[in-house]
Design a protein around this ligand. Structure first.
Ligand code: NAP
Length: 299
C-alpha cells in the first residue's frame, strides 16, 4: 500500500487514468495537474493548477510518458492550460522526491540534475518496453491497414532496428504473411533475425535493400531513413516511423518524392490506453512501493 504518500501526476494521455486508478487503489494521496477537463473524480485525488501545488510535500512526481516538451511543456489531453515544469519547482521538493517518466530529453535531464532529484525512465526497463511493444504493434498494424490499399499478406515489409519494438513488429508482420526483412547492425541481431525466419541485412546496405519495399517500419531513433534511402524506394512505399520524436526519417524529402511517411508516436496511448496504462500503473506502484520501503529502512 502507498498510504500517506503524496504523489503528483502531471498531464499525459488516457494512459494516466489507469495510473491514477492504480495508485488511488493503493491509498496514495494524489495531486492531479492538467486534468481540469476530466469529469471523472478519483478518491483521494485533488485537481490543481501547477501554481497551487505545494512542492515541498511531494514524495513522487509522475510525468507523461514523453517526459516533457523541449522547454518543459507538459503535454496533457485533459486541459488547455499551459503547464511548464522548471528546476525551481523541483528544487522546492523534499530531498527524497523522485520523478518518473517513460522517456527523457535534454531539458528534463538538465532540471533533474540541477535539482539533485532521482529520475526513473520506465521505458529503460526491458519488461515495460516489451509489454508496451504489444499495443505498439497493434497500432502499427492499424496504421498500415489504414494507409495502404493492399494486404499486409505478401507485402514486402522492411523493419529497421531489432530492439524491443522491432522484434515484436517483425514477428507480427511475419505472422500475417508479409515478406519481412529486418535491418540491424549487430552480428548477434542479424543471427537472431535469421533464426526467427526473417531476412536479415546490415544497415550499411540499407539503400540497396529498399528497392522493392511496400512498407518500411522504422524503430531506430536516429536519422536512418535519409533522402538517399528514400530515393531508392518505389513511390508507393509507405513509411511508418515509430521512433521517438523527431523520428528517423527525412519527412521533407519523402513528401517531395511523393512517398507517404508518417511519424506515429504514442500508439499504445491511442489504440489501447487501458492496457498501456495498466502496464505503467503496475510497474509504478511496484517501484514507488520499493522506494518507500527503502526510505523507511533508512530512517
Ligand atoms: P530499443 O530496444 O533500444 O531498440 C532500438 C533499436 O535501434 C536497436 O535495434 C538499436 O540497435 C537500434 N539503433 C539505435 N541507434 C542506432 C543507430 N545509431 N544506428 C543503427 N541502429 C540503431 O528501443 P525500442 O524499445 O525498440 O524502441 C524503439 C523506438 O521506438 C524508441 O525511440 C522508442 O521511444 C519508440 N517507441 C515508440 C512507440 C510508438 O508508439 N511510436 C512505442 C514504443 C516505443 P543497437 O542495439 O545496435 O544499438
Amino acid at each position: 500500500m502507498l498510504t500517506d504518500l503524496q504523489v503528483a501526476i502531471f498531464g499525459g494521455d488516457a494512459r494516466q487514468l489507469e495510473v491514477i486508478r492504480k495508485l488511488a487503489e493503493q491509498g496514495a494521496n494524489l495531486v492531479l495537474v492538467g486534468f481540469d477537463q476530466l469529469d471523472h473524480g478519483f478518491t483521494g485525488a485533488s485537481k490543481m493548477d501547477i501554481g497551487e501545488v505545494d512542492f515541498s510535500k511531494l514524495d513522487v512526481i509522475i510525468l507523461p510518458v514523453n517526459g516533457s516538451g523541449p522547454n518543459g511543456e507538459i503535454d496533457t489531453i485533459f486541459s488547455n492550460k499551459r503547464i511548464i515544469l522548471t528546476a525551481e519547482h523541483l528544487k522546492r521538493t523534499p530531498k527524497h522526491c523522485h520523478l518518473y517518466s517513460g522517456i527523457t530529453n535534454a531539458y528534463l535531464d538538465k532540471i533533474v540534475s540541477q535539482s539533485g532529484k532521482g529520475h526513473t525512465q520506465l521505458f529503460d526497463r526491458d519488461d515495460v518496453a516489451i509489454y508496451n511493444s504489444i499495443p505498439t504493434v497493434e497500432g502499427t498494424l492499424m496504421m498500415v491497414i489504414q494507409n495502404t490499399d493492399t494486404t499486409i499478406h505478401n507485402s514486402n515489409t522492411v523493419v529497421l532496428g531489432f530492439g524491443r519494438v522491432g522484434m515484436s513488429v517483425a514477428r507480427a508482420f511475419d505472422a500475417l504473411g508479409a515478406n519481412v526483412k529486418v535491418g540491424a547492425r549487430k552480428p548477434e541481431h542479424l543471427a537472431r533475425i535469421s533464426e526467427m525466419g526473417f531476412i536479415p541485412f546490415h544497415l550499411d546496405h540499407l539503400q540497396k535493400e529498399v528497392t522493392n519495399t511496400d512498407v518500411c517500419i522504422n524503430t531506430i531513433p536516429f536519422q536512418i531513413v535519409t533522402s538517399g534511402v528514400i530515393s531508392k524506394m518505389p513511390t508507393q512505399t509507405l513509411i511508418i516511423d515509430l521512433a521517438s520524436k523527431p523520428g528517423g526519417t527525412d519527412f521533407k524529402y519523402a513528401e517531395k518524392r511523393g512517398i507517404k511517411a508518417l511519424l506515429a508516436p504514442g500508439l499504445p496511448g491511442i489504440v489501447a490506453p487501458k492496457t498501456a496504462g495498466q502496464i505503467l500503473g503496475n510497474v509504478l506502484s511496484q517501484l514507488i512501493g520499493e522506494q518507500m520501503s527503502t526510505r523507511k529502512g533508512k530512517v
